[in-house]
Write a protein that binds this ligand. Structure first.
Ligand SMILES: [Zn+2]
Length: 299
C-alpha cells in the first residue's frame, strides 16, 4: 500500500490567505512517523490525463497562467507556476493512489479531493478535479469496470457530479452540509443534505444506513473516498458538529465496507479548515493510520 505526498510542491499564497496550505507538510511529517516506508512523492498528471475530465483550453490556460481574472478569482488561489505544478501533482497523487488501491487494496493521497473543479472552470480552491480524472482514467484503461466517488467532505462534490454525469460506469455520492458552499449545486447520483449542527449519532446513522444501498447501487470495483476533515465541529467552514471520534468511526465504516466486499479504495484528504490547524492534521492522520492498520500487510 502506497501513500503519496505533494508537500514538496507548495503554492505561494499572500499572508493571511485562508487556505490552510501548511497542513500538507504537517500531515506528511505525522504520517512519516508510522509509515515512512510507504511514502512516495506524487507524480505529475499529464495534460492528456487532465483532458479526460477537463476542456483542453481550460487545461492549457490553467497550466500557463492565461485564465481570465474572473476564472482565477473563482478558484480562490492566485496563479503561479508553482500552483500549476502543485495542481498537476495533486491529481497525479490520486491517480497513483488508485493504482496502489487496485494492486494492494488501498492507496492514499495526502492531498487531493478537489471536487469543486468543473470541466472548464475551477472553484473553491480546486483547479483540476482529481476524482473525475482518476475515475475516467481507470475506466478507460480497463483497471476498473465501475467507480464510486464516495464524498464525505462537508461540501457537495459539485464538480465531480457534473463531470461524471455522462459516464454511466461512475456513481457519485455526496453527503454534506445543506447550507454550505457550493451554492449552485450539481445533482449527483445520490446526494444527502445534512442540517446545520448535525452531530455524531445522526451523522453515523445516516451513513451506516446508506452504505449497503450505496454499494449495491454503485457496484464499484474501485472506491474513491474523500475523507474530508471539515465535518468536524471545530471547522470554520463546515457547519456540522462531529467529534474526532465520530470522524474516525466514519472512516472505519467506509474502509471496513470496502474490506468486506474486497473493493479497492483510494483515499484522499479533501477539506479541513479547523482552528487550530493541528486538529485538521490530527483528523487526517487518524484516517491514514486506520488505512495502514486495516490494509497494510497485503503487499
Ligand atoms: Zn470541504
Amino acid at each position: 500500500m502506497r501513500i503519496y505526498r505533494t508537500d514538496a510542491f507548495p503554492m505561494p499564497l499572500p499572508p493571511g490567505h485562508r487556505f490552510p496550505a501548511e497542513k500538507y507538510a504537517m500531515l506528511a511529517q505525522a504520517v512519516a512517523a508510522f509509515a515512512a516506508d510507504r511514502l512516495d512523492v506524487a507524480p505529475a498528471a499529464t495534460p492528456q490525463e487532465l483532458m479526460l475530465a477537463h476542456d483542453p483550453d481550460y487545461v492549457r490556460q490553467a497550466l500557463d497562467g492565461s485564465l481570465s481574472a474572473a476564472r482565477q478569482k473563482a478558484i480562490g488561489l492566485p496563479w503561479s507556476p508553482e500552483l500549476a505544478e502543485r495542481s498537476r501533482r495533486s491529481v497525479g497523487a490520486t491517480i497513483a493512489a488508485a493504482r496502489s488501491a487496485l494492486l494492494y487494496g488501498c492507496g492514499v493521497n495526502l492531498a487531493g479531493g478537489t471536487h469543486h473543479a468543473l470541466r472548464d472552470q475551477g472553484g473553491g480552491f480546486c483547479v483540476f478535479n482529481d476524482i473525475a480524472v482518476t475515475a475516467l482514467l481507470t475506466l478507460r484503461e480497463g483497471l476498473a469496470r465501475r467507480v464510486l466517488a464516495l464524498d464525505l467532505d462537508v461540501h457537495q462534490g459539485n464538480g465531480t457530479a457534473a463531470i461524471l454525469r455522462a459516464e454511466p460506469r461512475a456513481f457519485t455520492f455526496s453527503m454534506h452540509g445543506a447550507r454550505n458552499y457550493p451554492f449552485e449545486r450539481e445533482a449527483g447520483d445520490w446526494d444527502i443534505d445534512l442540517p446545520d449542527g448535525t452531530g455524531d449519532a445522526d451523522y453515523l446513522a445516516r451513513l451506516d444506513e446508506a452504505l449497503p444501498a450505496l454499494f449495491q447501487r454503485a457496484a464499484p470495483d474501485l472506491v474513491l473516498y474523500l475523507a474530508g476533515a471539515d465535518p468536524y465541529r471545530g471547522d470554520r467552514l463546515g457547519r456540522l458538529a462531529l467529534s474526532r471520534a465520530a470522524l474516525a468511526e466514519r472512516d472505519r465504516l467506509v474502509m471496513e465496507t470496502c474490506l468486506r466486499r474486497q473493493t479497492a479504495i483510494a483515499i484522499v484528504m479533501a477539506g479541513g479548515y479547523a482552528q487550530p490547524i493541528d486538529d485538521t492534521v490530527a483528523i487526517h492522520t487518524e484516517t491514514v493510520r486506520l488505512a495502514c492498520s486495516l490494509f497494510a500487510g497485503d503487499d
